[in-house]
Design a protein. Structure first.
Length: 212
């Protein structure tokens, strides 16, 4: 093995180590703001339900867990609004409206359900929550693997954000966080502005104004 190959291997190992340290560091930094019990979650303006896959017109199990967690927070008086954010770029793929219907069926008032159809990734969802919807305090609802990155992004963008663990996840989910966390650092460092912003919809208004 020549020295250039050895150097390449060493550089790859260093890069892999740095990539692994990013989500670990994020978790350490935001650990005080993560909660597994809704009774301990601070009271905030809104619960932000992050998008995930759907099954036809129904939330997937992982998305239903997030919706159920937001319902508990709303019914427990921890939040007064629910913001559902996800990918609804086309009429053929919709992570948002199935959750809206799920929340309505659970008895959440329509005016308290806000929909963000352009939450194409976690960074965009957090950026838009602050800029478009005017969120200053929020509880982010997702599974444990996702929480550190989401809360880290939100707090770096200036929100008083907390995380509420909606349920279990697989080893694969945690592994995906390695490149996703590196991308989040890049987005924050470059001050990326999401492609779609549009008109503001303050959380103080009527959520139905955000429905299609």
């Amino acid at each position: 093995m020549n020295r250039f190959v050895r150097l390449g291997i060493i550089l790859l190992l260093i890069a892999a180590l740095i990539a692994l340290l990013i989500p670990i560091t994020m978790r350490i930094l935001v650990a005080p703001f993560l909660f597994t019990s809704d009774s301990n979650v601070p009271q905030t303006q809104v619960a932000i339900v992050l998008g995930a896959s759907v099954e036809g017109n129904e939330p997937s199990p992982i998305l239903a867990e997030r919706a159920n967690a937001a319902i508990r927070l709303y019914e427990g008086g921890k939040v007064s609004k629910i913001l559902v954010t996800g990918d609804n770029a086309t009429t053929r793929y919709d992570e948002v409206n199935p959750v809206e219907h799920y929340l309505l069926a659970a008895g959440i008032p329509a005016q308290d359900i806000f929909l963000d159809h352009a939450g194409f990734d976690t960074y965009s969802s957090m950026y838009r929550a602050k800029t478009v919807f005017g969120a200053t305090t929020a509880v982010i609802v997702t599974q444990d693997f996702h929480l550190p990155r989401a809360v880290f992004i939100a707090r770096t963008l200036g929100m008083e954000a907390y995380g509420y663990d909606a349920g279990q996840a697989s080893v694969w989910d945690y592994l995906r966080e390695i490149p996703a966390s590196a991308k989040a650092i890049w987005d924050l460092a470059t001050h990326r502005v999401p492609k779609y912003l549009g008109q503001p919809f303050p959380l103080t208004g009527d959520g139905e104004a955000t429905w299609y």
